[in-house]
Ligand binder design. Structure first.
Ligand code: PGA
Length: 291
């Protein structure tokens, strides 16, 4: 079964104090949730969701929770999450080990601090900072090469959707973004996964974020999202062979506690990338618990 993921993109929000307060509140909420039956993100990993009396206990897998803070908050988040089941990573990285790249965030140093994921190719990076597919591909490959799991964002603008270009746009962004990643050996021949590969290992994550839904309050309908996710999974299979099966595809764009429940029911939606609603612990926890 594919890993479920609740990822929070804090963008350029939160002071050091606000970041610390977030995790203090998060910890309390998670601890309280643990005593309530059915809470998914309980502290006790053996926690289970119970069914009818006497029925076998069905375990619901806890989602992986990831926070992408602004780079200046990475150390604060590393300290605050030390004893928590929360992963974190930068919102952007440089594509080289080190060098003359003023203003860039070092992936190597982020990893040293404890980051495990890296957000790459977010639509704000593409539109405001002119990141092109070629640069994004280098970042994806570099993250992977140093052991950070890249989360590649793809998504169409409203104009592209209205012109019927959604599939063309996301297919191109996906293909280009993954173009510099080595294909696992066994997949070249179309046979199963590489024998040494850990079945729980996530090679990379895809986040489908329609640009028209980001920060607008206009969420894609479950049908719209599912259609694109199904398409992306087919594309991934064609590009990556059986490795595609272990790649979670997240939906992002105005995800809130109330719409997360119906979106999460869709077969090909493996989690969420959440902006605004990830700034509030109770909202983000509700979204994570919808998975
Ligand atoms: P939003 O942002 O949830 O505020 O729409 C999503 C994102 O930009 O990742």
């Amino acid at each position: 079964m594919r890993k479920k993921i609740a990822a929070g993109n804090w963008k350029m929000f939160k002071s050091v104090k606000e970041a610390r307060d977030f995790f203090r509140e998060w910890e309390t909420l998670v601890a309280n949730a643990a005593v309530k039956e059915g809470a998914v993100l309980a502290k006790d990993p053996a926690h289970a969701v119970s069914g009818a009396p006497g029925a076998p206990i069905a375990k619901k897998q806890s989602p992986e929770v990831i926070i992408f803070p602004s780079s200046i908050l990475l150390t604060t988040v590393a300290d605050a999450t030390l004893d928590m089941d929360v992963e974190f990573g930068p919102q952007n990285i440089g594509w080289q080990q080190e060098g003359a790249f003023t203003g860039e965030t070092s992936a190597v140093t982020a990893k040293e601090i404890g980051a495990t994921f890296a957000l790459i190719g977010h639509s704000e990076r593409r539109s405001l900072f002119h990141e092109a597919d070629e640069m994004i591909a280098k970042k994806v490959a570099f993250a992977e090469s140093i052991g950070l799991v890249p989360m590649l964002c793809v998504g169409e603008t409203l104009e592209e959707r209205e012109k019927g270009q959604t599939e063309k746009v996301v297919a191109q962004q996906l293909k280009a973004g993954l173009s510099q990643l080595a294909i696992p050996h066994a997949n070249l021949h179309g046979h199963g996964v590489v024998p040494t590969e850990d079945p729980n290992h996530i090679p990379f994550v895809i986040a489908y974020e329609p640009v028209w839904a980001i920060g607008t309050g206009k969420v894609a309908t479950p049908e719209q999202a599912e259609t694109v996710h199904t398409f992306l999974r087919e594309q991934l299979k064609a590009l990556r062979g059986s490795q595609a099966d272990s790649v979670p595809i997240l939906y992002g764009g105005s995800v809130k506690p109330d719409n997360a429940v119906i979106l999460a029911q869709r077969k090909n939606i493996d989690g969420f990338l959440v902006g605004g609603a990830s700034l509030k612990p109770s909202d983000f926890l509700a979204i994570a618990n919808a998975l």
